[in-house]
Design a protein. Structure first.
Length: 228
């Protein structure tokens, strides 16, 4: 069981470091997309660390109640940040309000489903949202956040890459696809690949972010040198 916690632990540490870096950027630049991404990455980190924890000590009802909205906030807030990055501020404000309302509904709606420790006994990191069945309002909100937020993140990153042709932006878009693929394969083919694809996704997105920072630094250095 300990080995099953390695990938979610790595994903939690990596996304936590990613969140710290983006938060520091926000402290300097104060751009809305940065704080939205920082929130999404922090949620990603906490959800992944919970998944690592349960591989050793198992789920409890309070722990799952905390995990459920965090898992939704991950993709939802990253999608909000991407919409802000595209520059449509008025539309981004509306999108952010919708996502936040859905996250509140997901957090509250799950309590309509009574859970006991036996419902979670023996479950591992791939449990996901299964204990909250459809058509529960919280589960519906969770699905909408993941679908809409995920599409905003993927399509937004690819649209930005089509305009800028920056490799880092393309990597972020590709990385965002991985959790979708892993979740779909886990659900449809009954293969426990969600955690693996989550780790691969955050690793690729982090690589894209670092590549983008490097390219931005080189561009700034070149611009500075031409002024001298």
């Amino acid at each position: 069981m300990a080995s099953e916690g390695v990938l979610p632990l790595l994903a939690g540490v990596l996304s936590g470091a990613f969140a710290v870096m983006v938060t520091r950027q926000y402290a300097n630049a104060k751009r809305p997309y940065q704080i939205a991404w920082a929130g999404g990455l922090a949620a990603y980190s906490l959800a992944s660390l919970i998944e690592a924890y349960v591989t050793l000590w198992g789920w409890s009802v309070p722990l799952f109640r905390l995990y459920f909205p965090l898992a939704g906030a991950t993709v939802g807030l990253l999608g909000v940040g991407t919409i802000y990055l595209l520059g449509a501020k008025r539309g981004a404000h509306a999108f952010a309000l919708i996502i936040l309302a859905l996250l509140v509904l997901a957090a509250a709606g799950q309590f309509l489903v009574p859970l006991t420790p036996s419902d979670l006994a023996g479950k591992g990191a791939d449990l996901g949202a299964k204990p909250i069945p459809l058509p529960n309002a919280g589960r519906i909100a969770f699905l909408i956040v993941n679908i809409v937020g995920g599409l905003a993140l993927i399509v937004g990153a690819l649209w930005s890459w089509a305009r800028t042709h920056r490799a880092g932006v393309l990597l972020i878009g590709v990385g965002a696809v991985f959790p979708f693929v892993g979740g779909s394969m886990t659900t449809l083919l009954h293969l426990d690949l969600r955690v693996t694809f989550q780790f691969l996704g955050i690793a690729i997105m982090f690589a894209g972010y670092l590549q983008g920072r490097e390219a931005e630094g080189l561009a700034n250095a070149a611009a500075h040198s031409t002024k001298m």
